[in-house]
Design a binder for this molecule. Structure first.
Ligand SMILES: [Zn+2]
Length: 302
């Protein structure tokens, strides 16, 4: 009988001063999490195995995925995955390749929250908690404003916010994307794969079809040029049912992708649409917490 597969969703393996979007797992905890996954009895599985019933695993499995393309994927995640012989796929939003500039949500954090003179600062606050300060509210408002915008409009809004924060574009080392050399170094045939994630991390459902195509195909072409071969897997930026449509999935297929990951928790099963695979978000949990969460997921509690 075909197995049920938990596709796990990570973003960063890093220690951050503030993490309002809850994107980072510390290297130490990531190491512990890999130990838990290794001991779980779930078969480490490559995402590409979920592309068709012919390659679908026979036993229950786990797939690791990383979204966005932060440099720490190469600096901190890769060696730990290799040491634990754990397959993973890294989805790259190509505009941040090259290590210049920051993702817009990080820049908003830097511009609006990370002011050491502000007592409410970023600190331990995260977006799952209600905002308790005007800065936190301003940050949430700016996130909601920027998320649906096409690239050009988003850049204009960011420029406006930078100007009112009295500064220029942020480019903090801790928040940079992969360089092209790091991207090539991240890949390891048979174990570590690269996939697409659009060019500008666009909320695809909000864009006209031509812009969606440009985001999806443009990102895929840039990755292919950099890696010297095409990529087969994709994840929808943000990834909820509000963030992509059946037309988006069709465009992803047209761009050559055979598997696409969404962002809603469930098992992936052989009957699941391979162009909208569910994923479960892993937070900065210690080993026992992940083990308990795995037990709940395996019991069908999502
Ligand atoms: Zn993303």
């Amino acid at each position: 009988m075909p197995g049920r597969v938990l596709v796990l969703m990570y973003h960063r393996v890093a220690v951050l001063p503030a993490d309002p979007q809850l994107l980072a797992v510390t290297p130490e905890r990531f190491e512990a999490q890999l130990g838990v996954l290794r001991a779980s009895g779930l078969r480490p599985t490559r995402l590409s195995e979920l592309a068709s019933a012919d390659t679908w695993p026979e036993s229950d499995g786990v797939v690791l995925t990383f979204d966005d393309g932060y440099a720490d994927n190469f600096l901190h995640a890769r060696e730990r995955l290799v040491r634990n012989n754990m397959p993973a796929t890294f989805f790259i939003a190509t505009d941040c390749l090259g290590g210049r500039g920051e993702f817009w949500w990080d820049e908003l954090e830097g511009l609006l929250l990370a002011d050491p003179t502000a007592e409410e600062g970023a600190g331990a606050w995260d977006v799952l908690r209600p905002p308790v300060s005007p800065r936190q509210q301003a940050y949430l408002d700016a996130c909601n404003l920027l998320r649906p915008l096409p690239k050009g409009e988003r850049e204009r809004e960011l420029e406006r916010l930078r100007a009112s924060a009295g500064g220029k574009a942020l480019a903090r080392e801790l928040f940079r994307g992969l360089t092209e050399d790091e991207l090539r170094g991240l890949e390891l045939p048979g174990l570590l794969d690269i996939g697409g994630h659009t060019r500008s991390h666009a909320q695809l459902s909000r864009l006209p079809v031509e812009q969606q195509r440009e985001e999806i195909q443009g990102g895929a072409q840039l990755l292919a040029r950099c890696l010297g071969h095409g990529v087969e897997t994709f994840s929808y930026p943000f990834g909820t049912s509000a963030d992509f449509t059946s037309q988006t999935a069709e465009l992803a297929r047209e761009a050559g992708f055979r598997v696409a990951c969404a962002n809603y928790p469930d098992f992936a099963q052989v009957r699941t649409d391979p162009m909208a695979l569910p994923r479960c978000i892993v937070r900065n949990w210690d080993g026992p917490t992940l083990a308990a969460q795995l037990d709940r997921w395996r019991a069908g509690q999502f």
